[in-house]
Design a protein around this ligand. Structure first.
Ligand code: NAD
Length: 368
């Protein structure tokens, strides 16, 4: 029997609520398969700062180091609450970026997926959703502006200033492009390269490296699109995209827009992959506006479990069952509040009921 250790970082805000539902699914997967999961809960984010004075404390680092995979809930506080924590210890700067750096999880895969049958969830017109949206955004996750040197001070004129550096080397660019080309080759063999080479030198180098990497993928068509234009096209014609690759900050912003065109960030799971370690997290934040109300959509967290099964434990068939179980709950007309607007005909259920229904559907699926 296979045995895997999973560090479970429930995080802040809605994190604990949606993590609870993901764990229900993991427990059922254990029952259905020749596998055991040793769940190792650990504090991460603002909750860890309040308990240990550190958003990524040594006890959590130790657990993550020995885990086979990390399942991470969203972290962070509302704008006002975050002022309780010194700037450099706030959840993203104090925990998220250090974790990404520690495990060099450079490749972030963010599916933006909505089958035609669920087109009513999208704010876009049905004719724009067409046969459905099925995009994977590949975001570089450990370089660029978010990781470059930062400096603040007062300049010679007595004015406060800030300087942040956008830095990549060719190896960093090459490794993410390779991941994107490999994925495009497995899918429709079309890769949208999203950049800003008309302004940024970093994009010029990115595109040079892309031309070099592309030589090994003659079967993959590359389509260049400026990031601003890509933002428009995501709204006007999202079905033109299949695999999109982009640097860190572009990916952060465009993937939230991806959640927008689906109808909710609650539909956005993700996988953050390094050569030796991977962690899985919803693309969205801790949603302090709805925390503790049992209305958050746990799809993003359960979908992150499915991505973990596939990428870290080679359980592709069971991962597919998890996706299908969630789609089956939607097909029965149920959803959480984010996707059941008045008049939509969707029956609104709570976070816990959504998790229970996914478990019911999964139980009914043939074992693999
Ligand atoms: P957010 O993603 O938390 O929320 C944006 C909107 O989406 C809110 O209206 C929220 O209610 C809704 N939403 C998000 N997830 C949902 C879900 N599963 N179900 C239903 N609705 C959902 O963005 P924000 O409000 O700008 O940020 C809140 C906090 O999260 C901040 O502290 C921010 O720094 C942090 N954050 C963390 C991560 C991360 O952990 N990787 C990512 C983004 C933001």
């Amino acid at each position: 029997m296979k045995h895997y250790k999973i560090a479970v970082l429930a995080g802040d805000g809605i994190g604990p609520e949606i993590t609870r539902e993901a764990i229900k699914v993991l427990k059922l997967i254990e029952e259905r398969n020749d596998v055991t999961f040793e769940l190792l809960p650990a504090a991460f984010g603002a909750c860890a700062y309040f308990e240990f004075g550190d958003a990524f404390p040594p006890s959590t680092i130790e657990i993550c180091d020995r885990a086979d995979a990390i399942l991470k809930g969203p972290i962070g506080l509302s704008h006002e609450e975050s002022k309780q924590i010194p700037i450099d210890k706030q959840p993203e700067r104090g925990a998220l970026l250090p974790m990404r750096r520690r495990y060099n999880t450079y490749a972030n895969f963010r599916p933006v997926s909505l089958p035609k049958a669920l087109a009513h969830f999208s704010p876009l017109k049905p004719e724009i959703v067409g046969e459905g949206i099925d995009i994977i955004m590949v975001r570089e996750l450990v370089g660029g502006l978010y990781f470059g040197a930062k400096e603040t001070g007062v300049n010679e004129q007595g004015l406060r200033y800030v300087k942040e550096t956008l830095e990549y080397d060719e190896q960093q660019i090459k490794q993410i492009l390779l991941q994107a080309f490999k994925l495009a080759r497995k899918r429709k063999k079309v890769l949208h390269n999203i950049h800003k080479s008309n302004v940024l030198k970093s994009s010029v180098l990115w595109n040079e490296i892309l031309d070099e990497v592309a030589k090994d993928f003659p079967d993959v068509e590359v389509i260049h699109q400026l990031v601003d234009s890509a933002a428009t096209n995501l709204c006007l014609k999202p079905t033109q995209f299949d695999v999109m690759v982009m640097e860190n900050m572009f990916g952060d912003i465009l993937s939230d827009q991806g959640g927008g065109i689906l109808g909710s960030l609650g539909l956005m799971p993700s996988a953050c992959i390094g050569d030796e370690k991977a962690y899985y997290e919803p693309s969205h934040g801790s949603a302090p506006d709805i925390a503790g109300k049992n209305i958050a959509n746990p799809y993003s967290m359960i979908g992150s479990v499915a991505m973990m099964l596939e990428n870290s434990f080679a359980m592709e068939a069971e991962a597919k069952n998890v996706w299908n179980a969630m789609q089956a709950v939607f097909a029965d007309g149920f959803s959480t509040a984010d996707l059941s607007k008045p008049g939509s005909g969707v029956k609104m259920i709570g976070t816990d009921a959504f998790g229970d229904k996914v478990v019911e559907k999964l139980k009914a699926m043939p074992r693999v």
